[in-house]
Design a protein around this ligand. Structure first.
Ligand code: ADP
Ligand code: MG
Length: 314
């Protein structure tokens, strides 16, 4: 039977790939070198069974997603990922589960050259916390408080697929195996928008990653920046699968409030919009305004105000 230490050894102690890791898993602390002249960007996120994921979620997907959501925070800041720590709580030792979880975690870690340098393991209801660490040159981070009046508001990718996947999984909505597979791909394996975040340094003013739904997340930017927004509803990039399952109104609702898309929402001064790479999937969905309200304008020019902004835990 594995004990705590052999378990860490077998599933979480990978040889570091980075030269800035002086000491990794195995001691009381990891010892790491922050490159001279850079700021350290740090963020932690927890995924708890029954709250953030269902017990039916494959272990490999959970390993991927636990790291992905923390890397997504680095992306939203324009930071380059470097290291992660992992605190995991499990009801029992299940080696098949651990092997799958670890495979999902490390395959994403490798993609972004992230070394797992430490963590914790304990017994209890299933829950995973990942702290991600990255670097950003001083003054270049994409902060929530930096949106300016007149900025254009952009989102990356498509919105609403994860929200739709949740609905399909929990509300017995009829879907084919291949549709479920496509919806779950986004929900289970979100891709942190790291390259986009880096490309937005010195181009975007403010950015945030979409974890709790566009309207609620954008509102954080508006509050921090003390500005408002005009959102052009007909520009919202609805995920193409949404309309297979939901009415147009429901689809908008999911895309605007459902969350877990892990795309980026960011603001760009108009004179820098031409610096956004044309070969990325980016959509301009509105504009920052002086009046501190969120106004959604539909295709007939009618103004709507959001009634529910997004997921809130408390
Ligand atoms: P301590 O009791 O000193 O906090 P632990 O016995 O909890 O140390 O862990 C031993 C070593 O294994 C430490 O270096 C710790 O960072 C690492 N570690 C523990 N759990 C994990 C994990 N899930 N993933 C990666 N490293 C881990
Ligand atoms: Mg110790």
């Amino acid at each position: 039977m594995l004990n705590e230490f052999t378990l860490i050894q077998r599933y979480f102690n990978h040889k570091p790939m980075r030269a800035d890791v002086n000491l990794s898993v195995g001691d009381d602390c990891a010892l790491l070198s922050v490159p001279a002249g850079q700021w350290l960007a740090v963020s932690i996120d927890t995924l708890t069974e029954g709250v953030h994921f269902l017990s039916s979620m494959p272990a490999r997907a959970l390993g991927h997603k636990a790291l992905a959501v923390s890397l997504s925070d680095l992306a939203a800041m324009g930071a380059k990922p470097a290291w992660a720590t992992l605190a995991i709580t499990l009801p029992e030792i299940d080696e098949t589960w651990l092997a799958e979880f670890s495979a999902g975690f490390f395959s994403l870690a490798k993609e972004y050259e992230v070394d797992l340098v430490g963590g914790n393991i304990s017994k209890g209801p299933r829950s995973v916390s990942v702290q991600a660490h990255g670097f950003v040159p001083p003054g270049q981070a994409l902060r929530r408080d930096a949106a300016k009046i007149g900025d254009l508001i952009y989102v990356s990718g498509y919105l609403g697929a994860s929200g739709a996947a949740v609905q399909v999984a929990t509300k017995s909505i009829a879907a084919s195996t291949s549709q479920i597979k496509m919806l779950n791909e986004n929900w289970y394996y979100p891709q942190p928008q790291i390259e986009l975040g880096l490309a937005l340094r010195n181009v975007a003013h403010a950015a945030i990653d979409l974890s709790d739904g566009l309207l609620g997340d954008l509102q954080h930017v508006l509050d921090a920046s003390q500005v408002g927004a005009e959102i052009w509803l007909d520009k919202i990039p609805l995920h193409p699968l949404l309309l297979d399952f939901f009415s147009l109104e429901q689809s908008f609702d999911l895309a605007l409030t459902a969350g877990e898309d892990y795309q980026l929402c960011f603001t760009v001064p108009e004179n820098k919009a031409n610096e956004l790479s044309a070969n990325r999937s980016l959509t301009c969905i509105g504009k920052i305004i002086k009046e501190t309200t969120m106004q959604m304008i539909d295709h007939e020019g009618r103004i709507h105000f959001p009634h529910q902004l997004g997921y809130q835990h408390f």
